[in-house]
Design a protein around this ligand. Structure first.
Ligand SMILES: NC(=O)c1ccc[n+]([C@@H]2O[C@H](COP(=O)([O-])OP(=O)(O)OC[C@H]3O[C@@H](n4cnc5c(N)ncnc54)[C@H](OP(=O)(O)O)[C@@H]3O)[C@@H](O)[C@H]2O)c1
Length: 284
């Protein structure tokens, strides 16, 4: 089991990825996002998750530049935005993200959603064109690993039979209140690492009484229990906060273990917070 925030999972292509990522969705662009990312790096996080859609890549880039930690010690993820599909558009979107982040090489580039509304009838063809561009960027050394997000088995399966390079990561909604077992099982069966987004149920998990009782039992916060639960199941959690004390707290999860019995209790809390959006019925 991991001992610190810089300990890593190893992706199917051999690339090492720090075991907890720092989430930045809804971290407002500007000083708030930059300060949050700097606080995370200061607290020991080495893995930052952003997206073109979050509109804070410039602030993340500023924090990377100013944090004082060498670039090669950091692992940076961003994502292809939903309005973008096609080979040339994908290359252009990637270059725009890299410009904002101030990077030459990206550690992980994800397709944010499989079937944006405007491609819904032809999502697989549209996806494969973008994926071909991502494969070429990967082969050219501009991206160290490529992956997907919000993909369910019926997206991964046809994709895998069409593409040359399989995704190394699937980033999905995953917390004690919502774990889609068929998606998890299929993704792991294909040797694709699962990143758990909204690992704190977007904040809703804190109201749950069973989690409150377990937090008291372990002398840990509910957030720490959620993150630890995720790690013990082999997922890579992506907790988000813009609050320095919480950022630090969420990274202190390496000096305790949840018993098998309590892991089962936490896993039984499905329905206690929001569930994943159906990727084939999003409004975007
Ligand atoms: N691929 C996708 O489609 C997708 C979708 C959603 C999210 N994500 C990624 O996953 C990351 C995390 O998901 P998320 O932002 O939805 O939610 P989350 O990490 O489950 O929860 C974040 C919320 O919990 C609060 N919080 C954090 N630590 C806390 C603590 N120790 N005690 C009390 N409150 C705490 C935060 O408040 P403050 O910030 O105010 O401290 C914020 O309101 C995102 O930032 C993003 O990087 C990806």
């Amino acid at each position: 089991m991991f001992k610190s925030l810089s300990d890593c999972y190893v992706l199917s292509n051999g690339v090492k990825i720090p075991c907890i990522g720092f989430g930045t969705w809804q971290a407002p662009d500007g000083d708030v996002a930059a300060a949050a990312v700097k606080a995370a790096i200061q607290a020991g996080y080495r893995h930052i998750d952003t997206a073109a859609a979050y509109q804070n890549e410039e602030s993340v880039g500023r924090a990377i530049k100013e944090c004082g930690v060498p670039r090669e010690e950091l692992f940076i993820t961003t994502k292809l935005n939903n309005p973008v599909r096609g080979y040339d558009n994908t290359i252009q979107a990637f270059n725009e993200s890299m410009e904002k982040l101030g990077l030459d090489v990206l550690d992980l580039y994800l397709v944010h959603w499989p079937a944006p509304k405007w491609t819904r009838e032809t999502w697989l063809d549209a996806l494969c064109e973008s994926w071909r561009a991502m494969e070429d960027l990967y082969k050219a050394g501009r991206i160290r690993s490529i992956g997907v997000s919000n993909f369910w088995p019926h997206h991964l399966d046809p994709m895998l039979s069409r593409v040359e390079i399989a995704p190394m990561v699937n980033q999905i909604h995953l917390c004690p209140g919502d774990h889609l077992e068929p998606v998890i099982r299929y993704t792991q069966y294909k040797n694709i690492l699962i990143q758990a987004y909204s690992p704190l149920g977007h904040g809703e998990i804190f109201k749950n009484e069973q989690m409150q009782a377990l937090a008291a039992k372990y002398g840990r916060s509910i957030a720490q229990l959620c993150i630890r639960w995720s790690l013990q199941l082999g997922y890579l959690p992506l907790p988000k906060s813009v609050t320095a004390a919480r950022i630090e707290e969420n990274g202190r999860v390496f000096d305790f273990e949840i018993s098998a019995e309590d892991m089962a209790v936490i896993s039984s809390l499905t329905g206690c917070c929001d569930t994943a959006h159906d990727p084939d019925n999003t409004a975007f």
